[in-house]
Write a protein that binds this ligand. Structure first.
Ligand SMILES: [Fe+2]
Ligand SMILES: [Fe+2]
Length: 184
């Protein structure tokens, strides 16, 4: 599918699985900054795993940590808002026709900023409570639930421009992003 194969684990501790994806995002971002890499292929792999990861967190990880009282509603909403910003930055990146342009470099730079900010915050405020307050068995159960959605999303080609467009439009409707036309 892409020359950047995406790992497909089938089980594990949810904290470790999420961290592995975060490391993968960081290495794909580095590849996208490199003008000598196959930026089109890297971008495609990055889009697939980024969407699959975020959807799996929102559908399984955040709600289950919330039910266990490991995190509060405010953190869930904040996480979803940051995912929406990241997905908007991803759409801008996917819509760059050329990859040797200033526009592409700018889109990569914006993605770096919003994603790094989110990874840091998520690891500090969501993964730490999961480490400290959720037992090993539950973290493994959560890991399987996370991977199931992640895998379904990857099978569906979740990183396509059309799908990312739909996700961003939904975020505008749900108020996770400013209403369309109101952006500052
Ligand atoms: Fe994450
Ligand atoms: Fe996240």
């Amino acid at each position: 599918m892409t020359s950047y194969p995406i790992p497909r684990p089938v089980s594990g501790d949810v904290v470790e699985l999420i961290l592995d994806d975060h490391r993968l995002f960081e290495s794909l971002l580095r590849e996208m900054r490199d003008s000598t890499s196959d930026r089109v292929a890297v971008r495609a792999a990055f889009a697939e795993v980024l969407i699959a990861h975020g959807e799996a967190e929102e559908q399984q990880v955040y709600p289950r940590l919330r039910r266990k009282d490991a995190i509060d509603e405010e953190l869930v909403e904040h996480g979803e808002e940051e995912h929406a910003e990241i997905n908007e930055a991803l759409l801008a990146l996917l819509e760059c026709v050329g990859t040797d342009t200033q526009k592409f470099d700018d889109a990569v730079e914006t993605m770096n900023e919003v994603l790094q900010h989110h990874l840091t915050e998520e690891e500090l405020t969501i993964l730490n409570p999961a480490r400290e307050e959720v037992g090993q068995d539950d973290r493994a159960t959560l890991g399987s639930a996370f991977l199931e959605v992640r895998s379904t999303q990857l099978d569906a080609g979740c990183g396509s421009v059309d799908n990312v467009k739909k996700i961003v439009a939904r975020a505008h409707q749900e108020g996770l992003l400013p209403a369309e036309g109101e952006e500052s």
